[in-house]
Design a protein around this ligand. Structure first.
Ligand code: ADP
Length: 346
């Protein structure tokens, strides 16, 4: 917050400096020009009257009586005029200073706000991530320490401990991979390659990736996707569908089915993934796209491993493609996740 304030003040000072430099330069030029005009005017009048006097023309009625050297404009009057001009310019510059200062402060705030939001978001991301990493790391560390202190630990016990630790390390690895993916996709949109992608090809790739998990649970994946062309990154779109299919498998009972369908609406295409799984309660529905959010039933009853990052990544990928993800779900009946993407060709 203090960095934001000081950056805002610095930016305001720069805005003010630039505006005041321009304003003061203009004022100096205006002042010099007006002074020159006053002098020129007085000189012209003096020449005209001297010429009239020489040719004995009548002198204007309001002309003051005097000798041959007639001064038309009083030097005091000229000095007074120039002082008044100076005062007026100073007042104008003062007003500009106050207005530009206030406006500059507001504009600096507006300019810096997205950066401040991004820094806040990054800090929250780092805090959430370190919090999630700390728990498995602590349990790993204490398990190792306890076993190291055990004087009677034989080779077989040591191997068991190591096997358990490898499982924990694998989980940590997948967590760090997910964190990296999320950070990667949260970069500005320009970083994504935008190629023409065939929806059927991407979906085949995604189904192929999750097929082993589906086979373990004897789940049938019914792929009824029609071919449309989407503009985007093939890899990230495949990752988006893998996340949704992976969840559908994780939160579904054995021997159930998953249906993948497409439906065209105007210039967009709805790709829906429907499962016959545990479903999501209305309270959880509001939060499942939040980072690190896991519904309690997912943690306990289903024993499905995950850190609650999948849907966050999926939503970021969809947003990077100008798409959206929506979900409808009924507890114990199943869930349907629908990705809406703009299409190029159908
Ligand atoms: P996780 O790694 O826990 O699966 P996700 O971000 O992918 O993380 O999902 C967040 C939560 O949303 C899950 O913990 C689960 O409770 C719920 N969820 C996601 N997909 C489904 C689904 N197909 N059926 C039921 N619950 C789901």
């Amino acid at each position: 917050m203090t960095i934001f304030r000081s950056a805002r003040l610095t930016l305001t000072a720069w805005y003010l400096l630039i505006i005041m430099l321009v304003s003061l330069s203009f004022s100096a030029v205006i002042y010099a020009m007006l002074n020159r005009e006053v002098e020129r005017f007085s000189r012209i009048q003096r020449t005209q009257i001297e010429r009239r006097l020489r040719s004995n023309e009548s002198i204007p009625r309001n002309f003051p009586p005097g000798g041959t050297s007639i001064i038309l404009m009083d030097p005091d009057l000229i000095r007074e005029t120039s002082r008044r001009i100076l005062l007026m310019l100073a007042a104008i510059n003062g007003t500009i200073f106050i207005l530009a200062g206030g406006l500059g402060y507001v504009l600096a705030g507006r300019t810096l706000q997205p950066i401040a939001d991004m820094v806040d978001e990054q800090n929250r991301f780092i805090q959430d991530s370190s919090h999630e990493l700390r728990t498995p790391l602590t349990s790993l560390k204490s398990a190792l320490e306890v076993n190291l202190r055990d004087k009677h630990l034989n080779l077989e016990d040591a191997k068991t401990v190591m096997r358990e630790n490898v499982i924990e390390v694998n989980k940590l690895q997948s967590l760090s991979d997910s964190l990296l993916a999320l950070a990667q996709y949260q970069k500005p949109k320009g970083n994504l390659p935008h190629e023409m992608v065939s929806l059927t090809q991407v979906m085949l790739q995604a189904v192929h990736t999750i097929q082993p998990q589906a086979s373990v649970k004897k789940i049938t994946v019914v792929n009824q996707v029609k071919n449309y062309t989407i503009k985007g990154s093939k890899e990230s779109l495949a990752e988006l569908f893998v996340i949704l299919l992976d969840n559908a498998i994780k939160y579904s009972p054995s021997k159930s089915s998953i249906y993948i369908r497409t439906k065209k609406i105007d210039h967009a295409i709805d790709i829906s993934i429907r499962d016959e799984g545990i479903g999501i309660t209305p309270e959880n529905l509001e939060h499942i796209f939040d980072r690190f959010y896991r519904a309690d039933n997912a943690r306990s009853s289903n024993n499905a491993s995950g850190y609650g990052l999948g849907l966050s990544i999926a939503r970021t990928i969809a947003a990077n493609h100008n798409g959206t993800i929506k979900v409808v779900s009924e507890v114990k009946k199943g869930s349907t996740f629908t990705v809406r993407m703009p299409i190029i060709f159908s």
